[in-house]
Design a binder for this molecule. Structure first.
Ligand code: MN
Length: 313
């Protein structure tokens, strides 16, 4: 779920495509990969679409089966400059971090970790859970004001739920239809889980936000466009509302926010503003510098090869 960002997702130095100034529906196929032994579909970042608001990473994990020998196993790894948002539809995952947090997460709950200047965490199978594992992990880029600040962790077991026509929306972060999640936000953003019944549902949006939609299960129609699991729909800015229809029951994730105007560089598990910042962070991780603390986990500490700009050819 913690996903290392590779050049296959988006080259670290390639500029983003221009963000349309009007509403649109651009559907792209997510990249299929595997993280920690679990199949994932990566909707963000992609070539030409690196951010939606401050959201800079989206992995749709599973559904897959957790067995005695197979489950999520992501050893301790570092982050800087981002929040991780973990949201499950099925299963259980154990989060451990260098702040000393040990938190089991279940469906309908939010784990929100703030990396700031540096944090490390692991994401582990519980050892006892068997059955389906299905969820998403997202990253939110932190703004200049907070990105060099302290790390933090929040667990929210109780999030606002909004009954709409033909759908039930859970407000994971931000404000939706007048309901506020208590989760920390450093810039204006929203994340909503929607359970759709067959029929049409109209959701209120904010015209100054840009939005993206991930079909988590079942297909949803956004106007003429059908979005299925494994696809990411970018919706642009300028919408007052969004009509979503489903022929059969479906589940979706809506993310949005004010377009993020700070140019970010992402590599592996780092979100920064320059290669030098990434080089320093990665060297600090390799040196086991106190910046990233220590995670009390039975799993091996993760590492990776140097960034492409430091490799000898
Ligand atoms: Mn991670």
């Amino acid at each position: 779920m913690s996903g290392p960002v590779a050049a296959a997702d988006a080259p670290p130095t390639e500029p983003d495509a221009s963000h349309p100034s009007a509403a649109c529906v651009e559907v792209t196929d997510s990249r299929i990969a595997e993280v920690g032994g679990v199949p994932i579909r990566r909707g963000l970042p992609q070539r030409g679409r690196r951010t939606v608001g401050p959201w800079c990473f989206e992995d749709h994990m599973g559904p897959t089966q957790v067995t005695e020998t197979g489950g999520l196993d992501i050893g301790p790894h570092p982050h800087i400059g981002l929040h991780t948002v973990t949201w499950l539809l099925a299963g259980e995952v154990l989060h451990r971090d260098s702040l000393g947090t040990e938190q089991l997460i279940r469906p309908g709950q939010l784990n929100l970790m703030t990396a700031g200047y540096g944090v490390a965490h692991s994401e582990e199978a519980t050892g006892t859970y068997r059955g389906e594992l299905h969820g998403v992990q997202l990253w939110v880029a932190q703004p200049e004001l907070t990105r060099n600040g302290d790390p933090a962790f929040e667990h929210h077991a109780d999030l606002p739920s909004v009954e709409m026509d033909n759908s039930v929306a859970t407000v994971i972060a931000g404000v939706f239809s007048g309901h506020l999640s208590r989760a920390r936000t450093d810039t204006p953003l929203v994340a909503v889980d929607g359970v759709l019944h067959p029929g049409a549902s109209t959701w209120p949006l904010r015209p100054e936000f840009e939005y993206g939609v991930v079909a988590l299960s079942g297909s949803v129609s956004l106007g003429e466009q059908v979005v299925a699991p494994g696809q990411f729909a970018y919706l642009g800015v300028g919408r007052q509302e969004l009509t979503i229809s489903a022929t059969d029951a479906a589940r979706l994730l809506l993310i949005g926010g004010e377009p993020f105007d700070e140019p970010i560089i992402m590599w592996w598990n780092y979100v920064a503003r320059s290669r030098e910042e990434i080089d320093t962070a990665h060297q600090d991780w390799l040196d086991e510098h106190q910046r990233f603390g220590r995670v009390d986990s039975p799993l091996l500490r993760m590492t990776t090869a140097d960034p492409p700009w430091r490799r000898r050819t």
